[in-house]
Design a protein around this ligand. Sequence first.
Ligand code: AMP
Ligand code: GLY
Length: 424
Amino acid sequence: MKVLVVGGGGREHALIRKIKESPRVTEIACCPGNGGISYDARCYPVAATDIDGVVALAKEIKADFVVVAPDDPLVAGMVDALNDAGFATFGPKANAAIIEGSKVFSKNLMLKYGIPTAEYKVFDDANEVISYIKEKNEYPTVIKADGLALGKGVIIPESFEEAQAGVREIMQDKIFGESGNHVVVEEFLTGPEVSVLAFTDGKCVKPMVSSMDHKRALDNDKGLNTGGMGTVSPNPHYTEEIAAECMEKIFIPTVNAMNAEGRTFKGCLYFGLMLTPKGPKVIEYNCRFGDPETQVVLPRLKTDIMDIFEAINNETLSNLDIEWSDDACACVILASGGYPKSYKKGLEITGLNNGQLEGVTVYHAGTAIKDGKLVTSGGRVLGVTALGKDLKSALEKSYAAVEKINFDGKHFRKDIGKKALARR
Ligand code: AMP
Ligand code: GLY
């Protein structure tokens, strides 16, 4: 079986490593991939957003199965185009990917079907939002751009002035483009956050093991929001009791709601949850595997991932038992100095052998090979990942390896998993 993976970050590297374990897979291709991925898959220079280019590549290499990992091609309909061309795929069609592509859609869906989430109001006029916030006079408040915004479309102002400036940037200066035509203003919730990725074929839903992301750039949740600076799995806040409650009140109702809307979701549905004093609530849905959640969830998967992907494609997921290891997993992201703001690229990375290091798995997010050397090529560079019998030992292995890998400006958080350990 020849599998094509669309995307080129740490998440895609983790998917490829897992796909490689399947005895049925003979060849893996990736577009565009990256320097580190090229040790595990043949990389083709086709952009992950280039729908025609990806369909043409799938035909050229005669792919048997195509996995579309990132949000933007899913929302733009890459899976629809691949299916129309006769390819078996993993990932939702555009009419279901809208669950991530439009916050207005997902909030209205939750309201209509009684799925717990923060109270909200939708606006399409900047002055109306500003007067609403002024009248309400409750801070912090939460303002979200409607569409995809590279994970940066959420602001949490602490004052009226901050809120006003944010609304003007999103709706008038259009810093996120058309994504800012509508905004959602919602109630500020509190409580621990949990990421739960779930496999679904629209008929049943099988949640994966839970995880915890660390979104801020600096220790103790300080600094700017990033795509994620590290993850651990399991998330100790997510007890069996809470998992059962989420299944009943959130996961099954969401899959049913999408069916009722004629938007059957097939793929990985990501539930960003907050465990509030009033019970678990949905902060956001994503239509794809999380990054870097995938890097700590998939290493714990024991079942052949291609069996799962095929079962979802064929809508026979309920027949499959998915098994997970009891080990814990930790991923520490090494980022470029300056990330998430501007940073240098092309800096040599030392300490790795063919992109890897013994005792851990190094998932490559932003690396390239230049003149035979591995160099940095993105904000998040590497995800240093280890399994352990418990979270403490997984973290010790990851952090020991982090010390051995170097590049100019290397930045990482020193407190990944610290809160999870304290909770145990
Ligand atoms: P999102 O991009 O929707 O995941 O939002 C980014 C982050 O903003 C989340 O991980 C939360 O930490 C925070 N956030 C989003 N919505 C809310 C809310 N209603 N109340 C409190 N925090 C929120
Ligand atoms: N780590 C959060 C996300 O993938 O959106």
